[in-house]
Write a protein that binds this ligand. Structure first.
Ligand SMILES: Cc1cc2nc3c(=O)[nH]c(=O)nc-3n(C[C@H](O)[C@H](O)[C@H](O)COP(=O)(O)OP(=O)(O)OC[C@H]3O[C@@H](n4cnc5c(N)ncnc54)[C@H](O)[C@@H]3O)c2cc1C
Length: 489
């Protein structure tokens, strides 16, 4: 570590790692500092008793989407990890009260008699099917200018204009929880249309990296790109504070030393940067209040089962119950709901290097609002216990084959990443926090920027984090081009 850099990035989540790759590729002398000994924040992977387990539970648009784009822009396409893609996975799900099982490639499933029979059991009327086609066509072809008009309309009301069917509602409601970590009645329809457009192109390319590194292959590939451009990366190195002098970020304090920089990029969360790293006294009180009142996505409870044999052939799927708001209400009232929404993936089925031979890793998540009144008071032990019971019913025999089951709740996320409430995704994409109302990646302090899911737009979850870094890269590139033009005159 030197004592002066062009750019210091704080945090190695997808947002920070992507920013280090992209900004160093522009020729900036870059330092990335991460408080943990592991790379990746909420996309980190750890090893225990020969099993490799993901900190969260992450599915993403493989080579497509912002993760691939980071490495393409950094001219490190060769570092994009290989992926297994979901169109070929064996899927078992329950939507409302109907099971859906797909054992083959999705395209051939839809054409098969079994596929037609299962889909037919959902009982769509010809009018509903026609409306679904119309709705899909409208979303697929909607130009960005028109999508913006839906930014402050909720997903639920938008869908109801086209179709009112219990199974589609359950699916769409479940999708809002999985993709946006919020109810469809709160989530921006504009953001969901952007995601549908990406989904029409890339949904069947969603996948899981198969490099033996679990999901951390994504942030690690960004770090490799940064190091290729000469960036220094320091792990186990918490930043105590950002040094601000005369309204400008000048560097960071680490272990009692100041490391100077022209720009500081924080990946630790907007609120955490303002309150913990910089100090609210450096900002206007209106800005501080606004940042403190931001709402966050659901928290995730994640169960990681290490199994002593193959318990299930299913790779991916979940449970999308009807009326998620009633389930949330039960949880907020301290009651155990009948069913929780859940999603599972068996990473070792896709990448055998993640478990010892003949053994299996199964990762399951559920989500719920982080709190009743914004202070993180949800009873996560209750959610975890119910989820475990539900998994045992979904996968008979799992309890007898469990070597260990690690439970991660928002309390653990909060402890490991320093985020106030341990939310799974970031600042939520609700109708009041998107478009012009989303926090900007440019802070009011000169030279201080934010990256991460908190400030990403038009994408979901970890992809928001990479998108935020791409957007910051474009800003830096434009500024550097202008400067170069000015110098050459
Ligand atoms: C259970 C669960 C399931 C999920 N499932 C999915 C999914 O299927 N698909 C998907 O795309 N996304 C999923 N996500 C969401 C996704 O993981 C996050 O949205 C994304 O990883 C956020 O990245 P980030 O860059 O914003 O921040 P983070 O990953 O939070 O990174 C911030 C980093 O900053 C570091 N840091 C904090 N303070 C300091 C300091 N003082 N000094 C130095 N470093 C510091 C932290 O240690 C951390 O490494 C899931 C998340 C969870 C928890």
């Amino acid at each position: 570590m030197k004592n002066k850099y062009d750019v210091i990035v704080i945090g190695s989540g997808c947002g920070g790692a992507a920013a280090a790759a992209l900004l160093s590729s522009l020729g900036n002398k870059t330092l990335l500092v991460e408080k943990s000994r592991r790379i990746g924040g909420r996309t980190a992977t750890y090893e225990k008793k020969g099993f490799k387990l993901d900190h969260g539970h992450v599915l993403m648009r493989s080579q497509k989407g912002p993760h691939g784009e980071v490495l393409r822009l950094a001219k490190c396409k060769d570092l994009i990890p290989p992926f297994s893609v979901c169109r070929n996975w064996a899927v078992k799900s329950i939507i409302a009260d109907k099971p859906l099982e797909i054992r083959q490639n999705v395209y051939s499933y839809v054409l098969s008699s079994k596929g037609r029979q299962q889909l037919g059991a959902f009982g769509f009327t010809p009018m509903e099917l026609a409306n679904m086609v119309r709705w899909n066509l409208v979303r697929r072809t909607m130009p960005e200018k028109k999508i913006r008009r839906y930014d402050h309309v909720d997903m639920h009301s938008y869908m109801k204009n086209y179709i009112d069917n219990k199974y589609i509602s359950a699916f769409y409601g479940g999708l809002a929880v999985v993709l946006f970590g919020a109810l469809d009645k709160e989530t921006s329809a504009g953001e969901s249309i952007r995601m549908s457009q990406a989904g029409f192109k890339d949904f069947l390319n969603m996948g899981y990296p198969v490099t033996g590194e679990g999901i951390s292959a994504i942030p690690k590939s960004f770090i490799r790109a940064a190091e290729r451009y000469g960036a220094d990366v320091e792990l186990g190195c918490p930043v105590k504070n950002v040094v601000v002098e005369n309204g400008k970020a000048k560097g960071v304090r680490i272990n009692g030393e100041t490391i100077w920089a022209d720009s500081v990029v924080s990946n630790i969360g907007v609120r955490e940067t303002v309150d913990k790293l910089v100090g609210p006294e450096h900002f206007d009180s209106v800005y501080v209040n606004r940042i403190r009142n931001l709402k966050y996505s659901y928290g995730g409870v994640s169960l990681k089962f290490a199994l002593d044999k193959w318990v299930t052939p299913w790779v991916w799927g979940g449970v999308m119950p009807d009326k998620i708001e009633n389930i949330n209400q039960d949880l907020l009232d301290g009651k155990v709901p009948d069913t929780l929404p859940m999603m599972y993936i068996s990473p070792s089925k896709l990448d055998p290097a993640l478990a010892p031979p003949g053994k299996q890793v199964l990762s399951v998540i559920s989500g719920a609002p982080i709190s009743k009144n914004g202070n993180g008071d949800m009873d996560w032990d209750l959610v975890a216990a119910k989820l475990k019971k539900q998994v045992e019913d979904f996968f008979p025999g799992i309890a007898e084959s469990t070597v260990f089951c690690d439970v991660s709740t928002p309390k653990d996320i909060s402890k490991s990443t320093g985020r106030a409430y341990g939310d799974a995704i970031g600042v939520s994409q609700t109708i009041d926090q998107v478009g012009m109302l989303r926090p900007s990646k440019v802070s009011p302090i000169q030279g201080l920027y934010y990256v991460g899911a908190d400030v990403g737009r038009g994408n979901v979850a970890s992809e928001l984090a990479s998108e935020s870094a791409i957007s910051l890269y474009r800003r830096f590139k434009k500024k550097q081009n202008l400067l170069n033009r000015f110098i050459s005159k």
